[in-house]
Ligand binder design. Structure first.
Ligand SMILES: C[S@@+](CC[C@H](N)C(=O)[O-])C[C@H]1O[C@@H](n2cnc3c(N)ncnc32)[C@H](O)[C@@H]1O
Length: 222
């Protein structure tokens, strides 16, 4: 990821995610599934202290290497070794699709949030994760179409990203929303952000099909 991230992060998600962070005063944030810690460092630049948690040791090693003063811990979202009500912002940046027991993970994210705090989520949309293969196919006229199937069926699938094999989960949007609502959270913001620049071919591709969503959920004030 480096410091700029890939196209989707740099030109689609970072801008609106950071705008949400700036919309309110935040003191201390937890990034669950922080990877190399890139978004932790962006949060720090915005004046927010951070803790990053990720189970992948190589990524945590890289995060510590890039940010020796930072707080990066090996851990799983499903069992956060952190006290209740200790963060005013919890971030999940393209991590829910990677987590097997997402119900426990969301419950844990809410547990460590202070009352009135915010859970800020960027995820692949469920319309995207339901794709057949990479989604792109040609119709009878030879035009490119994006194809999805078995939308309502939760499933894991192996995928490869820049030579790294990973398991990603498809779940319908209602699956995530039900879990978040069951935690008593209130949806304060929702967006399917459009690309803001970069290679025009990429802009057209990312604007053509459902790609990312951003949601901001508030934990009820005490
Ligand atoms: C697509 S990456 C996103 C990483 C980072 N947030 C970013 O935007 O670059 C998904 C991350 O989720 C992490 N992950 C996988 N299973 C997890 C779990 N059970 N709990 C927390 N993080 C997990 C992976 O190690 C990986 O770093």
């Amino acid at each position: 990821m480096g410091e700029r991230g890939d196209y989707g992060r740099e030109f689609v998600l970072d801008g609106p995610m950071l705008a949400r962070v700036a919309a309110e005063k935040r003191t201390v944030a937890l990034d669950v599934g922080c990877g190399e810690g890139r978004f932790c460092r962006l949060l720090q630049m915005a004046g927010v202290a951070t803790v990053g948690v990720d189970p992948t040791e190589a990524l945590i090693r890289r995060a510590r290497h890039r940010d020796p003063g930072g707080d990066y811990r090996i851990g799983r979202a499903e069992a956060l070794e952190l006290p209740d009500r200790s963060f005013d912002l919890v971030v999940s940046y393209l991590a829910l699709i990677d987590i097997a027991d997402v119900a426990s993970a969301i419950a844990e994210m809410v547990r460590v949030l202070r009352p009135g705090g915010t859970l800020l989520i960027a995820n692949l949309t469920s319309f995207n994760t339901a794709s057949v293969g990479d989604g792109w196919t040609r119709d009878a006229n030879g035009d490119q179409r994006f194809c999805i199937d078995h939308y309502l069926t939760e499933r894991a699938r192996w995928t490869e990203w820049r030579g790294i094999r990973i398991v990603n989960w498809h779940r319908p949007l209602s699956f995530y929303l039900s879990l978040l609502l069951a935690q008593g959270l209130t949806l304060r913001y929702f967006d399917e952000p459009a690309p803001s620049g970069g290679d025009p071919e990429r802009v057209a591709r990312y604007a053509r099909v459902p790609f990312f969503l951003i949601m901001e959920w508030e934990k009820p004030p005490a």
